[in-house]
Design a protein around this ligand. Structure first.
Ligand SMILES: C[S@@+](CC[C@H](N)C(=O)[O-])C[C@H]1O[C@@H](n2cnc3c(N)ncnc32)[C@H](O)[C@@H]1O
Length: 584
């Protein structure tokens, strides 16, 4: 398919096509341009494109700046791609240049396809960042396609449309989803199959091509979805606008759903959604009890950022969030803003710590990396952002595991598991993987206990009389669980010297040796261990405090019920900025 665009056509001028061809005009190109500008926000032209003032000066601004700062022999490429290509066609600035240097034969009123456009753009010295697809131009969406496709008129049905919710008008937000009855925390509210999927990276062309491929009835349903800026006359722009407002990121693709898409946004959501690759469905759970009649909301963007950042990320959806966290005047809104500021800083710090070597942390005298994790957990709880607890719980478990503090690591792993069961459901693969993680921790704990017992027995063999000195409570030996750091911290240097080779038989310090950091959350070293080391005689270590015992064990073997899926739970799946996210 080709675009018929006379060269030199100013933006806004209608462009006719020969009879029998699809209706294409600059407004359509303009729609693609805007959507491309939004995707390539680094171009800095989205606003200008939207208000119609995009011009050569704007598009070339970044290029000029780069040129000014470039070294004498450095070649600076013009930085724009898709938006500029289309802008170049529309403004007719580039084709004459390309024609002048003879690199492209581009007569007036040429029939263009996208490859030709790109060639012209490249010939004019512009960089092209857009992945080029072999097929030709973006398809057009004609009225005929939406009115009569000659195909089945059976409406597409979402597989699980019945749930504890009703969809109705939500004042100021269009439609919304409301609790039809009291919904309890952790309830599965909806499972929905995608009815429209576009592989990433997508652009206007691939979305429109996918739209064309849909059966007529689905195209109609698509067009009925919420469109924040429905245009009067250009269906193609509406297709893109609907896509932008309603698509969810589902890992390697973007997808639209008929029911899940009706959930409005809140920065304090009560519903958690995740994409299950195994089921090929989006799954939504309640994170809190939701009274009958209350609106159910999800979060469209990131949580650990300020009000302004959130509002700016939501601009793509064309609304201003008025949730309690976004209130500027109320005490709770102000408190939330303060918390989010700290949460953002802590999250940044955690990410930084995770990318640094422990040695580097030590050299720079930075704090214990566990500290920001624990602080973040406290703040998330205060803020009521339940869905955000899973990751820091795992971070805490990982840090403690690295130090050989398996008991406390297990506590956090169980907390993570509880959150995941609520947010993702107990059939989620993330849950299965966490159960496996817990089982690994339990094995490591058992091993550490065994090594400790062995060490104790070896000592007793050397010094039989030592039995007289020790507590004779047999359960004590069972409970002896010490992190290597505790062991290290609790042993006085003199005693260590006295202990000589026997000390080398202590449980292997493993990774904790690489983490010689302060231990903010570790239980206080039990000083009785220090005094217990008399010559080679040792007293069994005391029990760990009760409060750090794992809260509950999840039934073993549950993970076998599900097949492991490859989905990543990383929130970073969101390659394209503030889009709907998935975790399963
Ligand atoms: C995925 S749709 C949500 C369902 C939509 N309200 C409907 O009628 O189908 C996203 C659009 O809903 C509206 N919306 C979502 N959350 C909102 C909120 N908190 N306040 C105002 N509008 C909101 C915006 O227009 C946004 O572009």
């Amino acid at each position: 398919m080709a675009l018929l665009v006379p060269v030199g056509t100013p933006v806004g001028t209608p462009v006719g096509t020969p009879e029998g061809q699809m209706l294409l005009n600059p407004a359509i190109l303009w729609g693609i341009l805007i959507s491309e500008c939004k995707r390539h926000s680094e171009c800095g032209v989205a606003n200008e494109a939207e208000n119609g003032s995009l011009d050569a000066a704007t598009t070339d601004l970044a290029f000029q700046e780069q040129q000014e700062t470039a070294q004498p022999n450095e070649t600076v490429k013009r930085p724009f791609a898709g938006p500029a290509i289309l802008w170049g066609i529309l403004s007719s600035e580039v084709p004459p240049q390309a024609m002048n240097d003879g690199s492209v034969n581009f007569p007036e009123s040429e029939v263009l396809d996208m490859d030709a456009i790109v060639n012209i753009w490249l010939a004019a010295g512009y960089d092209c960042q857009l992945p080029l697809v072999e097929t030709a131009a973006s398809p057009a969406v004609t009225d005929a396609m939406l009115i009569d496709g000659g195909e089945s008129r059976q409406p597409y049905r979402s597989p699980d449309p019945i749930g504890p919710y009703i969809i109705k008008e939500s004042p100021g937000k269009g439609q919304g989803v409301f609790a039809a009855r009291h919904v309890v925390k952790g309830e599965r509210v909806l499972v929905d199959k995608p009815f429209f999927v576009v592989t990433k990276p997508y652009n206007a062309r691939t979305v429109l091509e996918e739209f064309q491929r849909m059966p007529f009835a689905r195209r109609q349903q698509y067009m009925q979805l919420h469109c924040p800026n429905r245009s009067d006359n250009t269906n193609m722009i509406d297709v893109m606008c609907i896509f932008e407002a309603n698509c969810f990121n589902i890992g390697s693709a973007a997808a639209m759903f008929l029911t899940a898409t009706r959930f409005n946004h809140s920065c304090l959501p009560n519903i958690y959604y995740s994409w299950s690759e195994k089921r090929d469905e989006i799954v939504l759970h309640s994170m809190t009890d939701i009274p009958k009649g209350e609106e159910m909301t999800i979060c469209y963007g990131r949580a650990f950022c300020t009000r302004d950042q959130r509002q700016s990320e939501l601009r793509i959806y064309n609304f201003y969030c008025g949730c309690p966290a976004c209130q500027t005047e109320t005490a709770s809104g102000k408190a939330s803003e303060e918390r989010r500021l700290v949460m953002k800083a802590l999250n940044d710090q955690i990410i930084m710590f995770q990318s640094m070597l422990n040695e580097a942390l030590l050299v720079y005298g930075l704090q214990d990396p566990l500290t920001p994790v624990l602080q973040l957990i406290d703040l998330i709880k205060e803020e009521g952002l339940h869905g955000e607890l899973m990751t820091p719980y795992r971070d805490a478990a990982d840090y403690l595991r690295g130090r050989g503090n398996f008991e406390e690591a297990l506590t956090f792993a169980h907390l993570e598991l509880e959150e995941e069961v609520v947010c993702l459901g107990d059939d989620s693969d993330v849950v299965c993987k966490t159960i496996e993680y817990i089982e690994e921790l339990e094995q490591e704990l058992e091993k550490a206990k065994g090594a400790k017992m062995q060490e104790y027995e070896d000592t007793e063999e050397l010094e039989p009389g030592a039995l007289d000195d020790r507590d004779n409570d047999p359960t004590d030996s069972d409970a002896e669980i010490q992190s290597p750091e505790q062991t290290r911290g609790a042993t006085a240097p003199e005693a260590e010297a006295e202990a000589g080779p026997a000390e080398e038989e202590k449980p292997k310090a493993s990774d904790s040796d690489k983490q010689p950091l302060s231990k903010r959350s570790d239980p206080e070293p039990n000083t009785s261990h220090t005094t217990a080391t008399v010559g080679l005689r040792k007293k069994p270590p005391a029990k760990e405090p009760d409060e750090i015992k794992p809260r509950r064990r999840f039934p073993r073997g549950l993970h076998r019920l599900a097949v492991l899926e490859s989905a990543s739970r990383a929130q970073e799946m969101n390659d394209d900025g503030p889009r709907h996210q998935t975790h399963d």
